[in-house]
Write a protein that binds this ligand. Sequence first.
Ligand code: UT7
Length: 344
Amino acid sequence: MVQAAISAIGHYLPEDRMTNADLEKLVDTSDEWIQSRTGIRERRILKDPTKSTAFMASRAAEEVLRKRGIGADEIEAIIVGTVTPDMFFPATAALVQANIGATNAWGFDLSAACSGFLFALSTGAKFIESGRHKKVLVIGADKMSSILDYSDRTTCVLFGDGAGAVLLEPAEDGIGIIDSIERTDGSQWDVLCMRGGGSLIPATHESIDQGLHYITQEGRSVFKYAVTGMADVAVEIMEKNNLTADDIRYLVPHQANLRIIDATARRMGIDSEKVMLNIERYGNTTAATIPLCLADWESELRRGDGLVLAAFGGGFTWGAVYLKWAYDGCDVAIHPELVNVLAN
Ligand code: UT7
């Protein structure tokens, strides 16, 4: 069977850092509270008001093309996981398509909050597995600072901006995305949402005055569901595939809260050195957290490494992916070992 393997990774992080000390000047919070409750020290913020999610996504996509050594015209589909699209329509994927010059690609956005990249990855994999496409770009990108209320201490300390992108290509059996689980439960939609600006509450002076264009979260409720949801699905994918902790080189968890990640690793029986963790530096970048982890750890990864990706987010949405890594880590153009791995 043809499987979809990640054949290159790219990422984009804005240069500007917002530290916990910076936030102490904006809201009644402390470095101690933020670090002990979340694990975050700083996050990146895209300060330039003329730059957007599509800008970051395009930069990440360009890095993918550069590293894989292919032209944008070879891309056949672009899926962008995001809850901060540049605008309702056209899709951010269309803007990325134009920015990078992917003249032969179609594309669409996928809205699944913090599970956006994971859902986009499993969707993109289906296009490869079915034989429909040979090169699919999957991107997770969010400019969370564009929907944060910097007077609300319960949300503004948590999130940051960033983008990560991967290329999916066909691979031989046993390498690539082996399995995935996706879940949605909309009954709790209102504990983590942005109420305003859609067809239910179109933007008006009143909706703006009420701050309905900002993200709101009942942190404690979300925490309760996230801590069990992410661990449950990670354990479920291990059981489904008869995996023990020894079969897993890395857990790649969505980075919302260090305590949620620790609980997931504990339930899986995974030691902390096998957990990708960069929440300290980037905060919660929503759809970008998982590809940003992969980008940070790329040089450590080896062909055949077992990875479990797991996410939980607003919706609720949650899920897990089990994959076998396709190439030995490197960060310069064209992975020579892919010649043997990818089934052209
Ligand atoms: O990524 C998408 C999914 N999202 C998540 O997975 C997030 C899940 N939730 C969480 O990670 C945690 O609930 C938070 C980090 C958001 C909050 O941590 P918590 O331990 O659940 O705190 P809490 O919301 O129960 O608040 C505890 C106290 C409250 O004060 P009182 O009521 O006990 O007096 C809050 O008002 O901390 C207060 N608080 C803060 N204090 C200082 C809330 N935010 C802050 C803050 N600085 N930034």
